[in-house]
Ligand binder design. Structure first.
Ligand SMILES: C[S@@+](CC[C@H](N)C(=O)[O-])C[C@H]1O[C@@H](n2cnc3c(N)ncnc32)[C@H](O)[C@@H]1O
Length: 224
């Protein structure tokens, strides 16, 4: 199952104004665009903003900005998405980020948040360079509470599925997951052998692939 494949079962993306918050270098912004959405990719990291601008079609708007101060007009979006990015928003501004989601959504607009669980073969490898157990656990708690009588969002759907990513070589994993973050890279340099060994042990080669699996939950809300 893929993020956009699942989202498309809940919401018709065609011609909708969609913001991808914490877009990274835009992998899912590209898929939203392919599905017919008018996409704004929002990302805090200027290097990733540059990478997204270089990679994405020019019709995708790429904006440097923060979840807690979105560079988007009031009531301008049909859908706001967070793919594996909400737990990266600092805890002290997560409530602000949700208020911002509410501000930029149209009445009845949707908020779609997909968060990884702190388990799975992908997690087993990544935890050696950054252990996200606490932040991931907390973000699922935040999503579990949102929509339960806070007067802003109703939970329409929650689904669990596993996202699988292919890393044909260890170097591919390093390039996409480790090198992008100087802190992760530093830890990797101190513990290369153990991390490579864990990667090789964790890879799923069962169907001739080189997959790491990340179980996740997708929370789909409607703004009241
Ligand atoms: C794990 S990456 C996910 C990227 C992309 N959504 C994907 O799934 O490939 C999390 C992203 O959130 C971004 N991010 C962290 N804090 C943010 C914030 N406060 N506002 C916007 N983006 C943020 C990070 O820079 C990073 O690119």
């Amino acid at each position: 199952m893929g993020h956009i494949e699942h989202l498309s079962t809940l919401f018709d993306l065609k011609n909708k104004a969609v913001a991808d918050v914490g877009a990274g270098s835009g992998a899912f912004s590209a898929q939203l665009f392919q599905a017919g959405a008018n996409v704004s990719a929002i990302e805090i990291d200027s290097d990733k903003v540059a990478a997204a601008r270089a990679k994405l079609p020019s019709d995708v708007t790429v904006l440097e900005g923060r979840a807690e101060a979105l560079p988007l007009a009031d009531g301008s979006q049909d859908l706001l998405c967070y793919f594996f990015s909400f737990h990266h928003v600092p805890q002290e501004v997560q409530a602000l980020a949700l208020q911002e989601a509410c501000r930029v959504l149209k009445p009845g607009g949707r908020l779609h948040v997909v968060e990884p669980f702190p388990y799975g073969s992908m997690f087993d490898v990544v935890r050696l360079v950054e252990d996200e157990t606490e932040v991931r656990t907390r973000s699922h708690e935040v999503m579990g509470k949102l929509g339960q009588g806070d007067g802003a969002f109703d939970l329409l759907d929650k689904a669990e599925y596993t996202l699988s990513r292919s890393y044909p070589a260890f170097e591919d994993f390093l390039k996409q997951v480790v090198r992008v973050d100087p802190a992760r890279n530093r830890i990797f340099e101190e513990n290369r052998a153990a991390i490579e060994e864990r990667f090789e042990k964790s890879l799923d080669r069962s169907s001739g692939g080189h997959l790491l699996h990340q179980p996740c939950a997708a929370y789909h809300f409607r703004k009241q």
